[in-house]
Design a protein around this ligand. Structure first.
Ligand SMILES: Nc1nc2c(ncn2[C@@H]2O[C@H](COP(=O)(O)OP(=O)(O)OP(=O)(O)O)[C@@H](O)[C@H]2O)c(=O)[nH]1
Ligand SMILES: [K+]
Ligand SMILES: [Mg+2]
Length: 371
């Protein structure tokens, strides 16, 4: 697989050099060549996603029930301190030791924070080649796909190498870290050819390239609308589908082992937090960051004629409706529901009378009126 990634890098460099410099005929032939290569590359990657025959390599996760308000998976090389971290942050003890592959299964714990129960999963260490089934790699990655946030735990003394290798592993199975879904409307059709439009100026894709990529996937009729200046890779992600867009915190552990300068440098990297489980350093800050990345919705309730109860929030995932709030308060509340008054950013007016399908936003206040 590695040679293929190298090919991709070369092609991308080539692309940057060519755009806007060569006469149209040459641009066309370069694009033709490039489009085919990229589409082939994506097909090859898609094959990687297909489960192989043997049951061990099937890619099924460990059998751990989802519980609580959110799920966080601990991904990392062996002996970076994942189990030490779980034992510190939760009331669950997970064996930690200086030898690699101490943890052989998935061990769930619960972090209680700001009234929310966050399920934290300790997992076996993974190494290069995990995606192709090395060690328990496939199982670990399958669990990572089900998380709301991934904590990629790194040993601060070798963090950069570990980070690059694991990013590549996750990337190869369609997990996109800290990226949002490309804003491209794509709809295969029965006939009518390919209709291509864009609402912004495109600097990385053209109609011709889009067509070539689609043809490689044997798609000859489709509607495509770019609402964002996406790359060919991002367009391929949209066609292939099955991608997971996952927030990820890079956590550099064992900072007691590195120089102050190095701590400073790592702490300033994007999406990164430095900690020491051994010395219990910076764990509070990590929790704060984790909370931010989980982006849970807190809803406050209010009784008629009383002030809202800001001490006890109802915690929900993004995209929760009034109905979700009702279910949280009482099982039968939705069936007795008449209307609700909502104050906050989800409404035009405060308060506003809303129904069960109204979508709630973070820090909204709600008063429910029963029949
Ligand atoms: N110096 C130092 N050592 C640490 C720190 N955190 C954990 N360790 C040590 O690192 C070793 C590995 O810790 P584990 O928690 O077992 O690591 P793991 O990532 O769960 O390892 P596997 O289960 O084998 O994948 C243990 O000897 C820990 O005591 C830290 O902050 N500083
Ligand atoms: K270990
Ligand atoms: Mg462990």
């Amino acid at each position: 697989m590695s040679w293929f990634l190298e090919v991709k890098t070369v092609v991308l460099l080539h692309c940057d050099q060519v755009v806007g410099v060569k006469p149209p005929s040459q641009v066309l032939s370069t694009e033709y060549h490039l489009g085919l290569l990229k589409a082939k590359l994506a097909k090859y990657r898609a094959q990687l996603l297909e489960p192989s025959k043997s049951p061990a390599a099937k890619g099924e996760g460990f059998d751990v029930m989802k519980s609580g308000d959110a799920r966080v998976a601990l991904i990392g090389f062996p002996s970076v301190g994942k189990s030490t971290f779980l034992s510190l942050m939760t009331s669950t003890a997970s064996e930690a030791a200086s030898y690699e592959f101490t943890t052989l299964t998935c061990i769930p714990g619960v972090i209680e924070y700001k009234g929310a129960n966050i399920q934290l999963l300790d997992l076996p260490g993974i190494i290069e080649g995990a995606a192709q089934g090395k060690g328990r790699g496939r199982q670990v990655i399958a669990v990572a796909r089900t998380a709301d946030v991934v904590i990629m735990m790194l040993d601060a003394t070798k963090g950069e190498v570990q980070r690059a290798l694991l990013e590549k592993e996750l990337e190869s199975v369609g997990i996109r870290l800290n990226k949002s879904k490309p804003n491209i409307y794509f709809k295969p059709k029965k006939g009518g050819g390919i209709s291509f439009n864009s609402t912004v100026t495109l600097t990385q894709c053209s109609e011709k390239l889009v067509q070539l990529i689609l043809h490689e996937y044997k798609i000859f009729n489709a509607e495509v609308l770019f609402r964002e200046d996406c790359s060919p890779d991002e367009f391929i992600d949209v066609i292939v589908g099955n991608r997971v867009y996952m927030p990820c915190l890079y956590v550099y552990n064992k900072i007691d082992q590195i120089s102050m300068e190095e701590v400073d440098r790592l702490a300033r990297r994007p999406h990164s937090v430095v900690i020491s489980c051994g010395m219990k350093l910076n764990l509070d800050y990590l929790l704060e960051k984790l909370w931010e990345y989980l982006a849970l919705t807190c809803i406050y309730t209010k009784k008629r004629g009383q002030r809202p109860d800001f001490t006890d929030a109802i915690i929900l995932r993004k995209g929760a409706s009034v109905e979700h709030v009702c279910h949280r308060i009482h099982r039968s509340l939705a069936s007795q529901f008449k209307y609700a008054l909502v104050w906050g950013t989800s409404t035009k007016y405060s308060p506003q009378r809303v129904g069960l399908t109204h979508m709630m936003e973070h820090e909204d206040v709600i008063q429910i009126v029963k029949k």
